[in-house]
Design a protein around this ligand. Structure first.
Ligand SMILES: Cc1cc2nc3c(=O)[nH]c(=O)nc-3n(C[C@H](O)[C@H](O)[C@H](O)COP(=O)(O)OP(=O)(O)OC[C@H]3O[C@@H](n4cnc5c(N)ncnc54)[C@H](O)[C@@H]3O)c2cc1C
Length: 411
């Protein structure tokens, strides 16, 4: 094998891939990111960030950049979308900082992606390549070789597959199948000024309905408003950006309360995601190849944690490489062991939350009666496994910037 070009190749320049590239660059690794698209970009939609990923932003040194483009909801609220009754309402802002050490935030995906992209662009350790769809991966001696469409070959000491739910890297390692959820998400972002005052609150609101739910929250410091409407459907369209059919959407939400109708009525043009996940697996690693983000643990979005988990993965991976003094095979196995039970829990809990949001009949009555009887404290306790301050892979609670753990490059 010729001299290896880089320490690490990352396939995929989404939030997971860029987080990994930047985290590895901070500990001194040279990284090439190969992205199949014509440009590094994210779609136009919001994303929720828990205190758990905010802690990781601290390790990456990007908290101020993320703060500058986030909104911080005062409350997290669930309402019944048929009667409009408030089922739960808990304080988010100061209460989250007090309990979990970090805030609950909402952000435009493109803004979070841009923060990471700018950091990668400014780093001498990161090389970013677009129009680079990987078509072949080969383990070769003490390294990995990948070939992109058009026949260009890249080599490195190791490979991270951050290539999303339809990951070809996962195909190589696990060979399992995507699992259709039979749910569709319609999304739209609109100027906040178009939302009536009584609904334009600084709250992350989830309207739970029978076989449907609607999520609303402000973006970009309150200038924009994010809407995601989810319903059961067996339609199948590949990808994250197909045009939605408003007639189908309105039919599914026809029996919902006036507030929900008002919100849905504000949008003419919806983009559509057909939702999928996969069964949780343990096979994330093969020698010097590891999966990260949706490639490792794709999940339904009902816990709003897919991107959060990808950012946690990235920091954990860098920590493990430092701990194992750059030994990729040992570090990747320790990374897998540190991560897969937590992400499995998130994947399984997300499915359960979907059932709770979409409950009908007696199950819906039970949800509303039970959750509305809980004191706020019980909700916080229920979240502590997810948002709690200590990451599972650091006994000491680890808060130091990754940069301070640099191990130096070897390629
Ligand atoms: C409706 C909805 C709402 C959501 N809300 C939230 C939320 O509030 N909070 C949250 O944390 N998460 C949320 N998520 C989940 C989150 O969007 C994903 O978990 C996250 O974007 C995964 O990032 P990733 O980088 O792992 O994968 P992706 O974003 O899928 O990136 C993969 C990248 O790899 C590239 N690629 C793929 N194959 C190749 C190849 N062969 N060669 C080169 N490049 C390749 C792709 O082009 C893409 O850029 C939501 C998801 C949905 C569907």
């Amino acid at each position: 094998m010729p001299k290896l070009d880089r320490n690490v190749i990352v396939i995929g320049g989404g939030i997971g891939g860029l987080s990994a590239a930047y985290a590895l660059s901070l500990i001194g690794k040279s990284v090439t990111v190969l992205e199949q698209a014509e440009e590094f970009a994210e779609i136009g939609a919001g994303i929720q960030l828990g205190p758990n990923s905010y802690k990781m932003f601290g390790r990456l040194g990007i908290v101020d950049d993320v703060n500058a483009v986030s909104a911080f909801p005062d409350h997290l609220m669930m309402r019944d979308s048929i009667t409009a009754e408030v089922v739960t309402k808990i304080r988010a802002a100061e209460e989250f900082r007090k309990r979990f050490g970090y805030p609950y935030a909402v952000i435009h995906r493109a803004d979070l992606h841009s923060v990471l992209l700018r950091r990668c662009q400014a780093s001498d350790n990161v090389q970013l390549r677009v129009n680079s769809r990987v078509t072949d991966i080969q383990e070769a001696g003490h390294g990995v070789e990948v070939t992109t469409e058009g026949g260009r070959v890249f080599s490195a000491e190791s490979l991270i597959g951050a290539d999303g739910i339809r990951s070809m890297t996962r195909e190589l390692i696990a060979g399992d199948r995507v699992r259709p959820a039979d749910h569709i998400a319609y999304r739209a972002v609109l100027p906040a000024a178009e939302i009536p005052d009584e609904l334009r609150t600084n709250t992350m609101t989830l309207w739970a309905g029978e076989k449907t739910h609607l999520v609303q929250y402000p973006l970009r410091g309150g200038d924009l408003f994010n809407l995601v409407a989810v319903f059961h459907s067996d339609r199948f369209v590949e990808g994250w950006n197909a045009e939605g059919d408003p007639e189908e959407l309105h039919a599914k939400f026809a029996d919902k309360c006036d507030e929900v109708q008002t919100l849905l009525g504000k949008i003419d043009s919806w983009r559509m995601w057909v939702l999928n996940d996969r069964e949780p697996i343990r096979d994330w690693v093969k020698g010097r190849i590891a999966l990260l983000g949706d490639a490792a643990h794709p999940m339904l979005q009902y816990l709003a944690q897919g991107a959060n988990m990808a950012v946690e993965d990235a920091v954990c991976l860098a920590d493990m490489l430092v701990n194992e003094c750059g030994d990729y095979e040992k570090a990747f196995l320790r990374y897998r062991d540190a991560r897969y039970l937590r992400t499995t829990r998130v994947q399984m809990t997300a499915r359960l939350y979907g059932e709770i949001y979409h409950a009908s009949g007696a199950a819906r009555d039970f949800r509303n009666a039970e959750l509305s009887s809980w004191p706020e404290e019980r909700h916080y306790q229920g979240m502590s496994w997810l948002y709690g301050i200590s990451p599972t892979w650091r006994d000491d609670g680890g808060t130091e910037p990754l940069e301070e753990r640099a191990v130096g490059t070897t390629a």
